[in-house]
Design a protein around this ligand. Structure first.
Ligand code: PMP
Length: 429
């Protein structure tokens, strides 16, 4: 057996083997999955904009007008009109002076954390910089911390006391606090006001990843930062274009000076080809549709409320979520997969998420609501999920409470949440 086969076998035996399922057609609320029609309950196409007629048309028009690709990094072959337009629109939407596009959210987080950590190091008189990172941050933030080669203090999930302790321990050292706004696997929201206040008090910067907040929360979908009244108060807000905005790519919303600095130092921006014009134009059209129809955001959150209520009626514990992301924690990886397969057979697709994407012992079905789901669809899906759980041998509500399954909250310094050796491929929800 080759080393590759041996490793794959190991993954199969531990219930962690992954394969890509085949979806026919666009990411609508109903899709054909491996030949079977299902309700799609795990796509981040939260507002249904990925297949909105105006968004598709904008992408097609842009392909005809500007071509399929951008040719090179914008620092090499120049920035295109459509890139500029989208950056201006995003800055206005996020209430910041400026914005700069990145190839993806993953690339944005790698580039931004590295650049901002270096900035902290440059002026350092009190020692090297420290990155303070929530233990449930997305893999791209974790990898950003690693690539920055800065010391990282991992604080317990949303635990401002632990963070404050960490900041005191590293007293006076420059640094930054990085956090998801909406946690991608749990659907809870970071205590942004307290984080910004702590950052101010300790003279460190803040980077907030609004991948799942942009278009989903806050006034007009401007995100959790706007909802907390912190527009313009966070040093860098990262947002993605591939989720609620239905296209592909990402951006950093920040001051004009920070934009200039990122353009000069963020390696994932400098050394990577610019976003293709059709993706940029699609995101721009999606942003316009969102601004014309802010009621889509209300519908999304109303749907999330309906789903949480219906799932609670089935006996599931969903109290940790307050957004469009609703985890059904099963615990064991194999069992979570079995629940997932049973649900697919009954017409509901909610992918099981296993380590290293989530901590060991907290495998789950991660439900992602869309504004385009109907209430009847959601009510029926909750019943289907309840039945699927029982058929797979899991009693809804018997999952491991999240707090119990996560690493103990003792105030020590930890590296970013450990990921298995092949983390990059796997942590891609
Ligand atoms: N941040 C978070 C919180 C995410 O969930 C994701 C993707 N799932 C990313 C960043 C990466 O974004 P992208 O898919 O655009 O690379």
């Amino acid at each position: 057996m080759s080393d590759i086969e041996a490793r794959l076998q190991e993954l199969r035996e531990s219930g962690l083997y992954r394969r890509m399922r085949h979806v026919s057609g666009p990411q609508g609320s109903r899709v054909v999955l491996d030949g079977r029609p299902v309700l799609l309950l795990c796509s981040n196409n939260y507002l249904g904009l990925a297949d909105h007629p105006r968004v598709r048309e904008a992408a097609a028009d842009a392909a005809m007008r500007w071509g399929a690709g951008a040719g090179a990094s914008r620092l090499v072959s120049g920035t295109m009109t459509v890139h500029r337009r989208l950056e201006e629109a995003l800055a206005a939407f996020k209430g910041t002076e400026s914005a700069v596009l990145f190839g993806s959210g993953y690339l944005a987080n790698l580039g931004v954390i590295g650049a901002v950590a270096k900035l902290a190091a440059a002026g350092a008189v009190a020692g090297p910089p420290v990155v303070f990172s929530d233990e449930l941050n997305h893999a791209s933030l974790i990898d950003g911390c690693r690539l920055a080669r800065a010391e990282t203090f991992v604080y317990d999930h949303c635990d401002v006391e632990h963070l404050a302790w960490g900041l005191r321990q590293h007293g006076g050292r420059p640094g930054l606090i990085v956090t998801d706004s909406v946690f991608s696997m749990d659907g809870d929201v970071a205590p942004l006001e307290e984080l910004v206040e702590l950052a101010r008090g300790h003279g460190v910067r803040t980077v907030v990843d609004e991948a799942h907040g942009t278009g989903c929360l806050g006034p007009g979908g401007r995100g959790a930062v706007a909802e907390a009244g912190l527009e313009g108060e966070v040093d860098v807000v990262v947002g993605t274009l591939g989720k609620a905005l239905g296209a592909y790519g990402a951006f950093a919303a920040c001051s004009a000076a920070m934009r200039d600095y990122l353009t000069n130092t963020a390696r994932s921006l400098i050394f990577s080809t610019a976003l293709p014009p059709p993706a940029v134009a699609a995101a721009l059209a999606a942003l316009e549709v969102l601004q014309e129809h802010p009621e889509m955001v209300d519908k999304l959150q109303a749907n999330a409320g309906v789903m949480r209520d219906e799932l609670a009626r089935e006996g599931f514990e969903v109290a940790g979520s307050c957004t469009q992301i609703v985890p059904l924690v099963v615990g064991d990886a194999d069992l979570a997969m079995q629940v997932c397969e049973q649900a697919i057979e009954a017409g509901v697709f909610a992918q099981a998420i296993r380590p290293p994407t989530v901590p060991a012992g907290t495998s789950r079905l991660r439900l992602a609501l869309m504004a385009t789901h109907t209430r009847d669809e959601l009510r029926a899906a909750a019943r289907t999920l309840g039945r699927a759980a029982l058929q797979a041998g899991f009693r809804p509500g018997a999952g491991v409470p999240l707090a119990a399954a996560q690493p103990a909250g003792h105030p020590d310094e930890r590296l970013p949440a450990p990921l298995a050796g092949d983390d990059a491929a796997a942590a891609a929800a």
